[in-house]
Write a protein that binds this ligand. Structure first.
Ligand SMILES: NC(=O)c1ccc[n+]([C@@H]2O[C@H](COP(=O)([O-])OP(=O)(O)OC[C@H]3O[C@@H](n4cnc5c(N)ncnc54)[C@H](O)[C@@H]3O)[C@@H](O)[C@H]2O)c1
Length: 382
């Protein structure tokens, strides 16, 4: 298949590109290095330096023999996207190209506007590029479980049947984001649904939870092929932050009560899920929504696990409860269906002590590069 990856320099985009190329697909990535720029501007550089796409793809070619085509450009620019689509004629497009940090989107007007215009702009241009230049192209869009919020009812896979005054109909499951970033993902879903039902696009929306991990078969072939690892309060996800804090001897920063529960998954499982979605595409006129996570953990449970596994490795891990900089429920009901991807064949990799231990050992090797000023929360919701 000809597969275009939007955001191919990112934490998920880069390992996806390597995996799909290794499967024999014709892969092109496009990225404008927005993540690298924002990380520099907010003093949130990753723990481990990663080469740019020209270098990464050259290294990957030399160790594997597989080619990944690279285009540097802004997916929010319609002319750039039109050129890429006309030239490459993708049969599938995997859309990762968004500003993915909730705290960044809550920093102030400029950051909120960038998040809104970038995320909706890339999604809108992708939709129109498909309509105008590659009809039939299957869009695989990365959404987030955070779109649903934490309702006091079970969360279905995207859709819910509602009975009201004796009549019933099927609707997108109600959504309520806890940050502007999450709200842009909700708006993306609405945009996609409008174009699916009006123009017959084929779209899979993967509602993903926080991803952890650095190992993939392809990335492990050369240390320079490692995915980005951010550990700061703005771009680092909760487990990354805890791993680095454990290694640095800084108390793990649990926000508020720590009962916030989310659905997590291993990077290897993200790659599996995207491949499974590509193998069995959505039908024309279908918005297929799949909830993408393998295990539920509360923040307290994650902190306790890192403390326990770190302890067995000789680390003195402490846990601190900080006033929550976010506005979110700290104790809540959370039951999210995730049968769809299992039915498609997903074989989960779980967060075992061994996996945690390997991640801690990896971070330990780079401990000299940890910058403690990037660890305490710098952004408050109000
Ligand atoms: N990583 C997770 O845990 C996670 C969880 C749920 C959902 N997601 C979603 O998955 C997607 C990828 O996440 P990630 O963690 O890899 O983020 P990332 O920031 O590492 O990757 C996104 C990439 O897209 C690029 N990009 C952004 N806007 C662009 C534009 N206008 N033109 C070209 N390139 C652009 C960035 O430079 C970056 O390389 C995001 O949409 C995010 O919302 C991620």
């Amino acid at each position: 298949m000809r597969i275009l990856i939007l955001g191919g320099d990112g934490y998920l985009g880069w390992p996806t590109a390597m995996r799909l190329a290794a499967r024999g697909h014709d892969v092109m990535v496009i990225d404008n290095y927005l993540r690298r720029t924002l990380a520099r501007e907010t003093s949130s550089l990753p723990l481990i330096d990663t080469p740019d796409l020209a270098e990464r793809t050259a290294i990957y070619r030399s160790v594997s023999g597989f080619e990944i085509k690279v285009r540097i450009g802004d997916c929010a620019d319609p002319a750039v996207m039109a050129r890429v689509f006309q030239e490459f004629q993708p049969e599938a497009a995997v859309h990762y190209a968004e500003q993915p940090s909730a705290p960044f989107s809550m920093m102030g007007f400029d950051q909120a506007k960038l998040t809104l215009t970038n995320n909706l702009g890339t999604t809108f241009n992708l939709i129109w590029s498909v309509l105008q230049h590659a009809p039939g192209c299957h869009i695989v869009k990365l959404g987030t479980l955070g779109e649903y919020g934490t309702p006091n009812i079970d969360i279905e896979e995207g859709w819910i049947d509602i009975e009201h005054r004796g009549r019933s109909d099927r609707f997108l499951f109600p959504r309520q984001g806890a940050s502007l970033y999450h709200t842009t993902k909700i708006m993306d879903t609405d945009l996609l649904w409008f174009y699916v039902r009006t123009y017959g696009l084929r779209v899979t929306d993967l509602m993903q939870g926080p991803v952890y991990g650095l190992d993939t078969k392809e990335a492990d072939a050369d240390p320079r092929l490692i995915p980005n690892f951010h550990y700061d309060d703005i771009f680092g996800t909760v487990l990354n932050r805890f791993l680095v804090q454990a290694v640095a001897g800084i108390p793990l920063t649990v926000y508020g009560q720590g009962g916030q529960t989310r659905g997590f998954l291993n990077l290897e499982d993200t790659l599996q899920c995207v491949e499974l979605a590509l193998k069995t595409p959505a039908m024309p006129g279908q918005l297929r929504v799949l909830n993408q996570y393998t295990e539920l953990f509360s923040v307290n449970e994650l902190a306790a696990r890192v403390k326990r596994v770190g302890g067995t490795m000789g680390m003195n891990v402490r846990i601190a409860q900080l006033p929550n900089p976010r506005k979110e429920r700290e104790e809540h009901y959370y039951n999210v269906r995730n049968q769809g991807l299992i039915d498609l064949g997903l074989k989960p990799h779980y967060l075992t002590d061994d996996v945690l231990g390997r991640l801690l050992a990896r971070v330990f090797r780079y401990r000299a590069a940890i910058d403690p000023t990037r660890i305490q929360p710098r952004v408050r919701w109000s």
